[in-house]
Write a protein that binds this ligand. Sequence first.
Ligand SMILES: Cc1cc2nc3c(=O)[nH]c(=O)nc-3n(C[C@H](O)[C@H](O)[C@H](O)COP(=O)(O)OP(=O)(O)OC[C@H]3O[C@@H](n4cnc5c(N)ncnc54)[C@H](O)[C@@H]3O)c2cc1C
Length: 99
Amino acid sequence: MLPGRETDTDARQRARPDPFRRHGEQVFLGDVGTSGGLLCDEHSRVLDVNGDPIPGLYATGNATASVMGRAYPAGGASIGAACVFAYIAGNHVAAWQKQ
Ligand SMILES: Cc1cc2nc3c(=O)[nH]c(=O)nc-3n(C[C@H](O)[C@H](O)[C@H](O)COP(=O)(O)OP(=O)(O)OC[C@H]3O[C@@H](n4cnc5c(N)ncnc54)[C@H](O)[C@@H]3O)c2cc1C
């Protein structure tokens, strides 16, 4: 699309505004499990803004950014990764507690 040129979609949008906007919500399209979240390292430790692990804070599942990046490769990618990284977190906590 050329900058500044209105498309048919723009015109239809103006004629029929997004109903969710009236309620203070804006709706964005996204693939399953790719809408961002907490960043974690390979031990499921949550990273701070500098990329350093926050001691004792672990996360997995929907609360975290997808390990698959911005794509959802196939069914099971969400639950599979959630379970695997929960298991990894549990083992890491156990090893950390033994120190
Ligand atoms: C319709 C649908 C189909 C899906 N199909 C698939 C699929 O085929 N394969 C796949 O891999 N993934 C699928 N997913 C995604 C998958 O369900 C999620 O990735 C997975 O359930 C995430 O697990 P979770 O433990 O992170 O979060 P959730 O399963 O959402 O668990 C979070 C829990 O925390 C509880 N909770 C929330 N707030 C609070 C609070 N303040 N205090 C206490 N408890 C709280 C909630 O009640 C809930 O029980 C699907 C999701 C949907 C919605």
